[in-house]
Design a protein around this ligand. Structure first.
Ligand code: ATP
Ligand code: MG
Length: 432
């Protein structure tokens, strides 16, 4: 079965917006065993969208078009696609209700241009938009129109926060129901931190070789501070192959596995803190609040996160966290002694069970032979004492922050895992 994707939007072509739909939808389909065969990006103009859809419909059984469903004059997709397939637009009363409710909740008037989004091609299935106004639509293109067989034409809204839940919760189940895979598929992603992708490969490659010979596919995806290790297979032995691969990987590199699939390290840490009924505080210099930002991105963080300090200046470290002036002068702000006092000061001031502290040299200036750019000290103060980590992350400032925050969170993850009262709280059963 052929699936093609058409992303509409002039902003994607002139580089004002990164086309994340292509990557995200491709990964989402792959995660369910479906392959995206072709992708094209076209400007928001009528002829471009029309010719791309027409061409894709001669080949693909599923054509997905993103963007251009909104209320403004450059939003042409709905009208064009309906015209191309040759069906009239009709007002969908359910969508009108949704639009009315959406506007009422936000204290906005339901004007004509918003109401236009309730126009749905006759016979199309509607995908509800929980996060916006324009619904998604799925149309059956009858056999003989563009190709011998039938095809499904899908329209999805442009904003990622509207498109993603719609794809995951409504489109993928529909795709599986209407076009089930001809052979079983199995896939899992292990997420690792603190180890590079080539090191992961070196440790598992030979053990996995027989499984690869039997059809297992292995893929690595490295991002700042983490590596995704993906296994998948097709056919009657798929589930067994993937399960064996996961077992081998956990045996060889399980120490670095923090989670599975989409779970982020901060989610794992918040989950583990909650399961221990433990609280956290942060004291940050070089990460400038990024660590607290990541923790507070997790729903339910308020149960475990007490607060944090951004102590960028020496004076702030002294005044708010009680770091000794003599240590700042003798050892410098980027030192083991200072980071320990930051963590212990934060833990004491916040009254938390744990405190993470970070201090480092983000660069590009400020490095020395003994402490090159990228040097950071991370401390974790907790009920069992204080641990310090020295790392060197010589990347650009943002990557430096990401990687350093990752290392700090991982220090806490490992500490929580090694507690005597640590219960196996990982629902996917991975980790150490
Ligand atoms: P709206 O109702 O917001 O107009 P729409 O369905 O008409 O939604 P567009 O106007 O095409 O969609 O895009 C809306 C927003 O979504 C824009 O900010 C756009 O940059 C973003 N967007 C659209 N397509 C993509 C994409 N492929 N990747 C990432 N962002 C995208
Ligand atoms: Mg728009």
């Amino acid at each position: 079965m052929v699936i093609e994707l058409i992303n509409t939007g002039t902003e994607l072509l002139i580089g004002r917006t990164l086309n994340t739909h292509q990557q995200w939808i491709g990964a989402e389909l792959a995660g369910h065993g479906y392959a995206l065969e072709r992708q094209v990006t076209v400007p928001d103009t009528g002829p471009a969208i029309e010719s791309a859809a027409r061409e894709a419909l001669t080949r693909a059984q599923w054509v997905m078009v993103t963007g251009g469903l909104g209320p403004t004059s450059d939003d042409l997709t709905r009208d064009l696609i309906a015209g191309l397939v040759g069906v009239p637009l009709q007002t969908d009363p359910e969508v009108v209700k949704h639009l009315e409710e959406f506007c009422r909740r936000r204290g906005r008037a339901l004007n004509e241009s918003i109401r236009r989004q309730a126009q749905v091609p006759q016979g199309a299935m509607v995908l509800q938009n929980r996060h916006g106004t324009a619904p998604g639509m799925v149309m059956l293109v009858p056999p003989g129109r563009f190709q011998a067989g039938p095809a499904w034409l899908v329209m999805l809204p442009g904003p990622p926060r509207e498109l993603r839940p719609m794809v995951r919760e409504q489109l993928i189940p529909l795709l599986k129901r209407l076009s089930p895979l001809s052979r079983p598929f199995a896939g899992r992603v292990l997420r690792l931190t603190g180890i590079g992708e080539s090191q992961v490969e070196a440790r598992i490659e030979s053990a996995l070789a027989p499984l690869v010979g039997s059809g297992l596919r292995v893929a690595y995806c490295a991002r700042p501070g983490e590596v995704d290790l993906r296994f998948d297979a097709i056919g009657s032995t798929a589930a067994g192959l993937v399960a064996s691969a996961v077992e081998i990987a956990l045996g060889a590199v399980g120490d670095w596995v923090f989670g599975e699939d989409e779970e982020e390290l901060e989610q794992v840490v918040v989950r583990k803190l909650r399961s221990h009924s433990a609280t956290l505080a942060t004291a940050e210099s070089c990460t400038g609040g990024f660590l607290a930002h990541r923790v507070t991105n997790v729903p339910g963080a308020s149960e475990v996160f007490r607060g944090g300090w951004i102590t960028y200046a020496n004076e702030a470290k002294r005044q708010w966290l009680g770091v000794l002036a003599t240590d700042l002068e003798t050892h410098g702000a980027v030192s083991a002694g200072v980071v320990v006092q930051m963590a212990e000061g934060a833990r004491k001031n916040a009254g938390s069970d744990y405190a993470l502290a970070v201090t480092g040299i983000a660069g590009p200036g400020g490095g020395s032979e003994a402490k090159p750019v990228g040097t950071a000290y991370i401390a974790l103060a907790g009920p069992r004492g204080t641990q310090v980590l020295r790392v060197v992350n010589p990347w650009d400032r943002l990557t430096f922050k990401q990687v350093t925050a990752q290392q700090a969170l991982d220090l806490l993850r490992r500490e929580l895992d090694s507690r005597k009262d640590s219960a196996p709280d990982n629902p996917q059963g991975c980790g150490r």
